[in-house]
Design a protein around this ligand. Structure first.
Ligand code: 4AD
Ligand code: MG
Length: 463
């Protein structure tokens, strides 16, 4: 079956064909009936025209009555040049079969221009709108572009586990996985014994594939993971999900500067891909969601990302302390308002901020000679703040062990991770790109819940 996308770019050769999709609108004029048919292959609809000048057949008229907004239909006709502006070709209809009706009085998308909030409540139907169709196509293209980027550069895709017994980031915001009947234990007043649980110990959903992927990095040199990750942080913001997808490349025999260069090339590849492969959807985002997004993406592709240390960043922020709700000081975790200020006002484009205080970063980051900061890097972009977080890893066994002890982390649980430093250790680094943050950036959508089909966030796990 030919997609509408293909039909719209083919020549009006008069061939007869049947096209299937969903009716977006039906408009009845004096001598013709116009049906806008959409199959999701692209934003544009196929205009299907029924010539009513000499009257429509009984069958066609009966089908037209059932053929309202939202109905699925098979439309047969010939592909001809469109006399009207707006499209090069249209379908001159000879046959119409409604496959599934969508009763006007109950179909939630009967009217146009619903709010994004309302559409979030009907997540099972929202893909049928222009906005969510475009987001879905962009999401698909970005996933493809991610694999193309790494595959072309010799990175191997490694599948890291979703269930884990260790807390990679040491952040403690994990979802627990158990097969114990906690209700029954509570009713019986019995204590929970995790030795009797499925894995003989407590288990969780992973917050990051990084520690696991590092093991393959120390064998295959260039690797990446791309999969779902879970965080039970109670952050009810427009930038946080409880279930999100993350891309985490890991690079052996490499240092922080290589990591930043990789992140920069990576983002530019993705933006260039979006401009090239999603032009129609991007034009829509530019017009309806975020004005100027096409120009922004094009200019970022040509730009050089700025670099700045955390210490420089804080100095800059302190000069404008009065503009922030949270006063910046050396040692503070950068807040979203600080990140946005740096990238939007100070730099005016993407910036890689490096060398953060060790206290606010994960245990595995390489300690700098100053003993106070680590070789961390966050990439910040306008509108969003942090889009990428990464670092050079601490590859010196004794320094890493000391850090694990200093933080009181369970040494035993990290013994396999320490083994990587015991046997054939090497400088390595990597980063994590939040897939939905990327999608927010390239679509201009302002709520992360609108760039994933079925968002899971605090208080929200419907559909
Ligand atoms: O900065 P984060 O926590 O870094 C890591 O997880 C490292 N293990 C990555 C690595 O070095 N391999 O998360 C990385 C990115 C963030 O920059 C952000 O884009 C995204 O993941 N992210 C979230 N996206 C949506 N919802 C959340 N709750 C997110 N938390 C992080
Ligand atoms: Mg981070």
């Amino acid at each position: 079956m030919t997609s509408i996308r293909d039909l719209l770019s083919s020549s009006p050769d008069g061939r007869t064909l049947t096209v299937k999709g969903w009716i977006r609108t039906k408009r009845e004029a004096k001598n013709a009936v116009f049906l806008e048919l959409n199959d999701g292959s692209c934003m544009a609809n196929l205009q299907c025209v029924l010539d009513a000048a000499s009257g429509l057949s009984e069958t066609l008229r009966a089908e037209l009555v059932r053929c309202g907004t939202g109905a699925s239909a098979a439309v047969t006709g010939t592909l001809v040049a469109s006399p009207a502006a707006g499209q090069a070709v249209e379908l001159k209809v000879s046959g119409l079969e409604v496959i599934g009706e969508a009763p006007a009085e109950s179909y939630p998308l009967q009217k146009k221009n619903h709010s994004l909030e309302f559409l979030r409540e009907i997540a099972h139907l929202r893909a049928r709108t222009n906005t969510f169709g475009a987001v879905a196509r962009m999401r698909n293209q970005m996933a493809y572009a991610i694999h193309s980027f790494f595959q072309e550069r010799g990175f191997q895709w490694v599948h890291t586990p979703v269930i884990t017994a260790s807390d990679c980031e040491g952040a403690g915001a994990m979802f627990q996985v158990t097969t114990l009947d906690l209700d029954a234990l509570a009713r019986a007043g019995k204590p929970v014994d995790y030795a009797k649980d499925f894995f003989d110990k407590k288990a969780y959903l992973t917050v990051s594939g990084q520690l696991n992927v590092e093991t393959y990095c120390m064998a295959l040199s260039r690797v990446y993971t791309f999969g779902p990750t879970f965080r039970a942080e109670n952050s009810n913001t427009t930038r946080h999900l409880a279930e999100f997808w993350m891309i985490e490349p890991e690079l052996a025999f490499a240092e922080l500067e290589d990591n930043i260069a990789l992140a920069e090339d990576f983002l530019k590849h993705l933006f260039a891909w979006a401009l090239d492969k999603c032009a129609e959807d991007l034009a829509f985002f530019d017009k309806r969601i975020q004005s100027g997004i096409v120009d922004t993406l094009s200019s970022v592709v040509k730009s050089k990302f700025a670099r700045m240390t955390y210490t420089e960043a804080v100095k800059e922020l302190e000069k404008h302390a009065s503009e922030f709700e949270f006063k910046p000081y050396w040692g503070c975790d950068l807040q979203s308002e600080h990140e946005k200020y740096l990238t939007e006002k100070v730099v005016g484009g993407p910036v890689a901020v490096t060398d953060y205080p060790k206290e606010i970063k994960a245990f595995y980051m390489r300690l700098n000679p100053d003993g106070k900061t680590v070789r961390a890097m966050d990439v910040l972009v306008p509108r969003l703040g942090e889009i990428i977080g990464g670092s050079e890893r601490e590859y010196r066994h004794d320094v890493l062990l000391a850090r694990i002890r200093e933080l009181g982390l369970p040494e035993e649980a990290y013994s396999w991770y320490l083994d990587l430093r015991r046997f054939g250790t090497a400088p390595h680094c990597g980063f994590g790109l939040g897939f939905e943050r990327l999608l927010m950036y390239v679509t201009g959508m302002q709520n992360i819940r609108d760039v994933i089909p079925f968002p899971r966030a605090v208080h929200q796990a419907d559909f």
